[in-house]
Every structure is written in C-alpha cells, then in structure tokens.
Ligand binder design. Structure first.
Ligand SMILES: [Zn+2]
Length: 390
C-alpha cells in the first residue's frame, strides 16, 4: 500500500492504483502528491482514499511486467487458483498481495477503483471504463475523452474483474511514461474524481478550476466519448510486430491504410476510425485498437434505455437468441442479425464479442449495482481471518 487517508468521516471508499504496469510510475507520484496535499491541509475527506502500488516487482525492474502482464490475469479461474495458494509467477504473487489489500475494503460495500496508466507513445490523456452506468459519473467528470469498450475487449483486466463484482472502475491514461505533465494530469484527474465521488467538496479543492482547465486544455479538440471497434491481436507467430512510425492516440486512420508490419507482411486498418494504443513498446499482445466517436445523444439514449430496463427486449432482436449455457450471454447469427444488431448491443453495454461456430456471442460487464464477494475469494477471506485472530 502506498498510503491511506481516512479522517473517520463516513463516505465512499476510493482506491487509486498505479504502476500495475511496472514501467508506468507517473501515477504513483500523482497519488503521493494528492495524499500529501490532503494531510498538509488536514482536508475533511469523506470516507477514505487508499493509494496502492500495482506491480512492485516489475516497478523495481522498470519493466511492464516480470513474467506475465498483471493487467491480463484477473479471470475468475486464475483468481481461484491464486486464492487457493497456487502461486507460480511473480505476477501471481502481486495479484495475491493486491487482493490482500482489496479484500477488507470489498467486504464493506461498493468501492470506486481508479487505475492510473501511461503510454509508450506521446498521448492526450483519456479515460477508459467498462460500459456500465455506474462508471459514468466518475469518468464523465473529467474533461478528457472517455474510451468505452477497452475493458471489455481485453481479457483479464483488473478493473474488468472488479467491475464484474459490482464495483466502480475507471482507468486513466495520463500521457507518455516519462513526460512530467503525465503526473500533473493524473493529479488533476484524481482530484476531480474525488469530488465527483463525493469524497471531497469543491470548496476543499480551492484550485479545482485550474485542475479542470489543465485537463480540458489537454483534451481540447478530441471526441468526448469514443468506443472501441477493433482490437488487433499480436499472436506469438506474428512477431516481430512493428508499428509504422509516428502514430499517436486519436489519430484518424483510413480503412486499408498500412499501420504496422508483422511476419506475414503489412498490417492494414480494417476500418476508418481513430487509432488507439499503438504498440511501440515490445511487450504484450495488443497491437493497436481502432475506435470511433460516440455522440452525447447516443450516450444519453443508452442511459435512458438501460434505466427503463428495455434490455429485456434484447433476446427478441432478429437473429438473436439467449446462450443456453449462460443466461447473461446472447448469440447472434450474423447472416440474419445485420450490422445494426451490433449497434443495439452496444447501446445496452454488450461490448464483449466472441466468434463461436460462425455465430457471435455478446456479453457485458455485470450491471448489478450490489457488490458481491465471489466464491473464488473465500480461501483468502479465511486466511485473512486467521491472520487477524493470530
Ligand atoms: Zn498500463
């Protein structure tokens, strides 16, 4: 744990994590700044702010990860294995340590998780969230672009797991790893989100307007919200995968444009859209993502439809049926369910798409607002109680 600020006043629990990728230390400096500021001014924060270091072993080495990407391992199966004590890699150990910090907090109700990242290439700051309504107030409090759907297309992200348990999760990409402004942007984002969460009142942050202006200037001219349409996966047999030089986040690319080179030759953009997270560092299987802007109206419409619970109509869409194995998954036959079906699924937050025998399987992050402790965490819970008693 990096630090904790708790004045004993009732209120929300906000957990801010940084360096879950060990080569992204900027967020740690920002959390330390905010904690120091709260202590110095004796700010009457409601609830508690907990600052957490993500991948400590990779951080010590200045690498993204030691054995495995710590932000791709949070699947229920993997967590169950680690909770039962099967710790095989450095990142398994890191996961266990993080769970030990999170678990006492998760037991006491909803937690807002803020995960601070930085990028290898120069970038405008932006936030990412799974597309569930409870994540929107925190993410939309920041005057920087919100990217929907990254959490859903990446398997095993920490926020994805925590969000499926019913908690709030927003990730902030603050800019380039070594750019000093990245720390500033993270600091501003954290303060604005503490106000949005109800931890702080605006009067507790006298320079709030300056923090908002700093982020707004950085996000100027960018779409307010965009959604991920495509993830280019780099498989082991595709290596060496090399991005063409010069791509930055939010850069427009045309369908068919050569954006990278891999073992089989040129890699082209599959559709016209916005380039996101081009891989210029050597590690990881995310080559790049293609996004496109979402209008404010589409966002409002999706909120209204979900509040009205019109998603009960999803199984009646043409070519769509409920997955017999999992009631919260839907199967679409692409021959009947045309492009529009995908758009409708997006409105209801179904952004995780997998192909299964020429059918598309849609699923989403759990919209349930009541956090639950899943069965796979039970062994850790028991271990924690034994430690406390002993
Ligand atoms: Zn990262």
């Amino acid at each position: 744990m990096l630090g904790r600020y708790d004045t004993g006043r009732p209120g929300p629990t906000v957990v801010c994590i940084a360096a879950i990728h060990g080569n992204e230390p900027a967020g740690l400096s920002a959390i330390s700044r905010v904690l120091a500021r709260l202590r110095e001014r004796d700010v009457p924060l409601r609830g508690r702010l907990v600052g957490v270091t993500g991948n400590r072993r990779a951080l010590a080495l200045g690498r993204r990860y030691v054995d495995r990407d710590l932000n791709r391992r949070w699947t229920p199966e993997n967590i169950a294995r680690i909770a039962q004590g099967a710790v095989e890699t450095a990142e398994d150990q890191e996961t266990r340590e993080l769970l030990a910090v999170f678990l006492p907090l998760l037991r006491h109700g909803p937690v807002s998780f803020i995960d601070l990242h930085s990028t290898s290439s120069l970038s405008t700051p932006f936030s990412c969230m799974a597309d569930v309504l409870r994540n929107r107030p925190l993410a939309l409090a920041l005057p920087i672009p919100v990217v929907l759907g990254l959490e859903e297309v990446i398997e095993g992200s920490m926020l994805g797991y925590l969000c499926d348990l019913g908690h709030v999760g927003v990730a902030v990409e603050g800019g380039q790893h070594d750019d000093p402004r990245t720390i500033d942007f993270h600091e501003s984002a954290l303060l604005l989100m503490l106000v949005a969460a109800g931890s702080l009142e605006p009067r507790h942050v006298p320079d709030l307007a300056a923090h908002r202006a700093r982020l707004a200037a950085a996000g100027d001219g960018m779409p307010a919200v965009c959604e991920i349409r495509h993830r280019h996966v780099v498989r082991a047999e595709d290596e060496p995968f090399v991005m063409a030089p010069g791509f930055v986040n939010f850069q427009i690319v045309e369908r068919g444009q050569v954006v990278a080179e891999d073992r089989r030759g040129p890699v082209r953009a599959p559709e016209t859209g916005i380039m996101m997270l081009p891989r210029y560092q050597g590690q990881g299987d995310d080559g790049f993502f293609i996004a496109r802007p979402v209008t404010r109206n589409a966002l409002r419409l999706s909120a209204a439809l979900r509040t009205l619970r019109l998603d009960v109509l999803v199984p009646y869409l043409p070519g769509v049926s409920r997955d017999p194995e999992r009631a919260d998954h839907f199967i679409a036959d692409p021959a009947i369910a045309r492009v529009a079906v995908k758009e409708v699924f997006h409105l209801f937050g179904y952004r995780h798409v997998r192909a299964r025998a020429e059918r598309l399987v849609f699923s989403r992050r759990s919209p349930a607002a009541r956090p639950v402790l899943p069965a796979e965490l039970a062994p850790l819970l028991r271990a924690g109680e034994e430690t406390t008693e002993g």
